[in-house]
Design a protein around this ligand. Structure first.
Ligand SMILES: [Fe+2]
Ligand SMILES: [Fe+2]
Length: 435
């Protein structure tokens, strides 16, 4: 179903596009790491190529322009999907600002390759779906059963990839491993999350950063749930935490930040955590007792407080009432009820967590034992816990109203709800946040 030329120097992104194009639109791919190499491929095999998927610029090279010149010289008319600069569709060229938004990329490529959802669903897929073997180089764990060429099972779900065997198989010319047909979508979405988690945020534009952070956040949550805290999950969580803190540092306006999250269709759980981290950091800058150490602590709390929740539906629940009325199955209602306690237990296994974070995470819905929700905050609750609770309430208001949030109105409502003296300074500081 067509042949796509991928022009990208980042090997992980090459693999990312390769696996997705192959899985979702059945396209074969050839790769080039720059315009010069792509030019050579176009010269020898240009007639076979149906589509070019390229970065607009690769480092200092003006890749897209060079490719367009090359196509003109060779008198080839091949559509181009250009990544990384803007969203715009022209004659035979579509520009997409994000090279990580795989849904959009695949949809666009499918259009050029003449592949529809209908034709894809009709596509016969064998019982065993082949995955190019080199893609396993980036994976540490098998998310589903993996089979060799003879369809013998070589790995069970969640087993570590045997890198010695992989190296050996690649050296002896094996081209594919296999996954069962009904597990291929699970394999690809896990693969996308792993790829995004390995990316250096500084090499990405702002839209890509949001998407990569969210994919990494999803993987962090899944893996912490499955494996608890271990060397790998701690590493993953630390990377995600560091990236999300970095994002808060780059942010100057709350409204622009929300707009970017909305434009990139970020999910509620991720948005909630990311915005909460930003608001918490702002409060620590404003409050006279705020220090860099306290800021790191409260961002750590924001990152982990809802980590035990599995999805957006669960993360939207903020009261006993909402929990009671939700349509979640009983077991999931139990999970939501206990999520603060579960997160605190998880964090207790983190190596050297900042002092006192466990307690605050456990009590972030006002219940001392971390079970259920309460609006009555004990007098013993620490000042940092109060900052977290108010930051979270503020974040929830903003997310409910989206890009049309009314800052003044939210502050007014919060002043009425939290009327005692110990809340006043914090609400004053919420008022000074740059919109
Ligand atoms: Fe929360
Ligand atoms: Fe929570």
């Amino acid at each position: 179903m067509g042949l796509t030329l991928i022009v990208e120097d980042h090997i992980q992104l090459q693999d990312f596009y390769h696996l997705n194009l192959y899985t979702w639109v059945g396209s074969d791919v050839i790769r080039a790491s720059n315009a010069k190499f792509a030019g050579e491929i176009l010269e020898s095999r240009g007639q076979e190529i149906d589509l070019i998927l390229t970065r607009f610029n690769i480092k200092t090279e003006q890749t897209f322009d060079a490719l367009v010149n090359n196509l003109a010289l060779l008198k080839l008319k091949i559509p181009i999907v250009s990544l990384g600069v803007e969203n715009l569709a022209e004659n035979n060229v579509t520009y997409l600002s994000s090279g990580i938004n795989i849904k959009e990329i695949i949809k666009t490529c499918a259009g050029y390759l003449g592949v529809t959802a209908q034709s894809m669903s009709k596509l016969e897929v064998d019982e065993f779906f082949p995955v190019p073997i080199q893609l396993f180089n980036h994976l540490e764990l098998a998310v589903c059963e993996i089979f060799d060429l003879e369809k013998n099972k070589i790995l069970d779900p969640d087993q570590p990839i045997d890198s010695a065997r992989l190296k050996n198989d690649i050296a002896s010319g094996v081209s594919f491993y296999h996954v069962k047909k009904d597990k291929r979508l699970k394999f690809v979405s896990n693969y996308n999350e792993v790829m995004a988690s390995q990316m250096n945020l500084l090499e990405l534009n702002k839209d890509e950063q949001v998407q990569a952070s969210e994919l990494c956040h999803n993987l962090t949550r899944e893996n912490l749930r499955k494996f608890g805290m271990n060397e790998e999950t701690v590493k993953l969580a630390n990377k995600n935490l560091k990236d999300m803190i970095q994002t808060t540092k780059q942010t100057r306006s709350l409204l622009r930040f929300i707009k970017r999250l909305v434009q990139n269709k970020a999910g509620f759980h991720f948005k909630h955590t990311q915005i909460l981290m930003y608001i918490s950091a702002h409060l620590m800058d404003e409050l006279d007792w705020g220090t860099e150490e306290q800021k790191a602590k409260i961002q750590f709390i924001a990152f982990f407080h809802d980590i035990a929740l599995e999805n957006d539906e669960q993360a939207r629940i903020h009261s006993n009432e909402e929990l009671k009325n939700s349509e979640l199955p009983l077991m999931k209602k139990e999970l939501v009820k206990k999520h603060a306690m579960l997160a605190a237990t998880l964090v207790s296994q983190y190596p050297n967590p900042p002092m006192g974070v466990e307690q605050i995470i456990k009590q972030h819905h006002g219940a001392l034992n971390g079970v259920g929700f309460s609006d009555h905050y004990s007098q013993n609750i620490s000042p940092l816990a109060i900052v977290h609770i108010l930051a979270e309430d503020f974040a929830t208001h903003i997310l409910e109203d989206g890009v049309h949030f009314d800052h003044k109105k939210i502050i007014k409502e919060m002043r009425e709800k939290y009327s005692t003296q110990r809340f006043k300074k914090i609400i004053d500081s919420l008022q000074t946040i740059a919109i």
